[in-house]
Design a protein around this ligand. Structure first.
Ligand code: SF4
Ligand code: SF4
Length: 369
């Protein structure tokens, strides 16, 4: 163990976080489109924008079972389930959960049953306050957020996965308040303006007010916010130790896809196990969220978690930097219920307190608009 790391771990709190992550073991992850069907057509959905549903007939039951066995044989132990809408396939969700640790991204409209899925982490989407969310996700008619609140009230499996739209940052405090009152923690994601809806939606150089609002809700609900200021800033700025976010540094790329081969040889870290499976569970694509979309539109928090997690060495320069890395690791494990959730919930305020010293909000506002 490097001497710097040994010194940082003399801090008892950091030592505990580190021990929990080590005890949980390393992750060998994949992502899976469980279905190519969805009961919504959200504006800016990466899945339908690139036609990822087309020609992706779902596998038969026998093919599905064979897929599970292949991945078990390959050593996979963690599956991010996306799509399509996973709640449309509860039996297959249950089957995946029997064999792997999983995390499910759902739009919240249909409640995923508890039976056989009692400990399944569920990221329930919301994209803004009532009318914003209804316009972006519900075709101006369906109150998806209201239905999701009802479906997952006080459900310990569920956290809200709040995709903040840059021009609607003033809604963050009220949306988070409703999630918290509903008994659900909140993880932030950042809107990608794939459909070119305009300046209010385009995140490039526009997430400053959102970061400020996220800082406010962290201070207000430190035991309910699942994203640190450090990771929020990393996503919004797209910067990590002088590197700019994009395909050349992205760590969650299908290792078997020809389009990634040059990238995988460029020396930057990557997940050596990862594959993003399409809904036929036979083909992979470039990454979980894209086939050939412009990476400049990508503000996906899940992928940025991985970027930080796989760049431990860069964070060893000081105890504060190591804390930024370790809290990112721990939170990912906590969100995915790979560590004790009651303990993690108690530790969240301390985690936020220790990651509050990264950059000042005025400095950030100047750099991201
Ligand atoms: S719910 Fe998800 S998969 Fe369905 S349209 Fe919306 S973003 Fe796309
Ligand atoms: S779209 Fe995002 S996740 Fe996909 S390769 Fe580009 S940066 Fe990585």
């Amino acid at each position: 163990m490097p001497e710097g790391l040994r010194a940082y771990l003399r801090d008892p709190f950091l030592a505990q976080l580190y021990q929990r992550v080590r005890a949980a073991g390393s992750m060998r992850s994949i992502s899976v489109d469980l279905t190519n069907a969805c009961n919504l057509r959200c504006q800016g959905c990466y899945y339908f924008s690139e036609g990822m549903d087309e020609g992706m007939d779902p596998p038969s039951d026998a093919e599905f079972e064979a897929f599970i066995q292949r991945e078990l044989d390959r050593g996979t132990n963690f599956v991010t389930v996306v799509g399509g809408e996973p709640s449309l396939q509860p039996d297959r969700l249950r089957a995946l959960h029997r064999h792997f640790n999983i995390n499910v991204a759902t739009n919240g409209l249909i409640r995923i049953p508890t039976d056989g899925m009692e400990t399944m982490p569920l990221g329930v989407a919301v994209w803004g306050a009532d009318s914003t969310d209804r316009d972006l996700r519900g075709g101006g008619k369906i109150d998806v957020f209201g239905q999701a609140l009802e479906n997952y009230r006080d459900d310990p499996r569920a956290f809200f996965y709040y995709t903040v739209v840059p021009g609607y940052a003033d809604e963050i405090e009220s949306v988070v308040a409703r999630c918290v009152e509903n008994g659900n923690p909140v993880l932030f994601n950042f809107y990608s303006d794939i459909d070119h809806l305009g300046p209010k939606f385009d995140g490039r150089n526009a997430f400053g007010p959102a970061l400020e609002a996220i800082d406010t809700v962290i201070n207000r609900y430190p035991d309910m916010i699942l994203l640190t200021r450090y990771l929020a800033e990393t996503v919004a700025t797209g910067l990590l130790y002088g590197q700019q976010w994009g395909h050349a540094v992205c760590t969650s790329l299908s290792i078997d896809h020809p389009v990634n081969q040059e990238r995988l040889e460029n020396g930057n870290p990557y997940n050596p196990h990862f594959k993003a499976y399409q809904a036929n569970l036979a083909d992979t694509r470039r990454c979980c969220t894209g086939i050939d979309r412009d990476c400049g539109t990508c503000f996906d928090v899940w992928e940025h978690f991985s970027w930080v997690m796989l760049n431990m060495r860069k964070h060893l320069g000081s105890q504060d930097e190591f804390t930024n890395w370790l809290t990112t690791m721990y939170l990912f494990y906590f969100i995915n219920r790979l560590v004790d959730v009651d303990e993690g919930r108690r530790w969240l305020p301390e985690i936020h307190a220790r990651t509050s010293r990264y950059r000042s909000i005025p400095e950030l506002l100047a750099s991201v608009g």
